[in-house]
Design a protein around this ligand. Sequence first.
Ligand code: OAD
Length: 265
Amino acid sequence: MEGLEDGRAALRKARGVVMFTGAGVSAESGVPTFRDPTDGLWSRYRPEELASAQAFARDPVLVWRWYADRRRGIRQCRPNPAHTALARFLLRRSDATLVTQNVDGLHQLALEEEARNEGSPPVEWERMLSLHGDIFRVRCTRCPYGRTQREPMGVEDEESLPRCPDCDRLLRPDVVWFGEVLPREALEGALRAARRADICLVVGTSAVVYPAASIPRATLDGGGRLIEVNPARTALSALADWRIAEPAGRALPALLDRLPDPTEP
Ligand code: OAD
């Protein structure tokens, strides 16, 4: 794999590593990405047309059906070797931070499983940051109410849509939509870690959705370097020092497993 040995050498020496992931890291688990061409049920809609407060106000049934479909698919999915390799790296390297745009919860699941296997304590919250929310949470469109909701809900018509138990307004998925602000602490924490990092490892993202896409650029601004893992070229490829043009499930175990921890004496 081109870029692999150089990437490993750079990671071995690095002080501060940020891993920045997108939908591609979950592709081998069976979660569809957003921008790759598909002939699926939803291929005629662009994500911007469904994932927005305007779309929800216009047609909440359509938006809820899209999310119900994604939730149904994701519920069947398991972490793949890419999630596991990232989780192990995060548990072993105290100078690493994982920042994800994904809402599928597969990084968190892999981390829980690996921490249990290795008998490690869970990582501090500021080293596992989700920028776009959690598809298995719902929240009220008006009041502060929110809860975890893994079980399916009725979304066939307006009458059956889930409603807030406190104020009776519609509930919505607790994810960040286009035009909405990202959770402040997570974004600030991610930018801080990215600016300090020697390396940003960018995996499975087209890196076109801002402000999330400013994370790898913050590492470059701070004098650090990029490793990109993605079978296709992206907006970041020209800026990457090393590119591994392979699926994440193949590339990440080869890149990350059994790297010694430079922060240990
Ligand atoms: P995209 O669908 O834009 O990009 C997925 C990327 O993953 C592409 O560059 C693919 O080439 C790459 N890819 C596909 N299979 C892969 C594999 N097996 N291994 C590695 N890479 C692979 O998804 P994101 O960049 O995550 O936001 O999209 C960013 C945001 O836009 C999402 O978080 C979501 C979306 O609309 C919100 O919902 C707010």
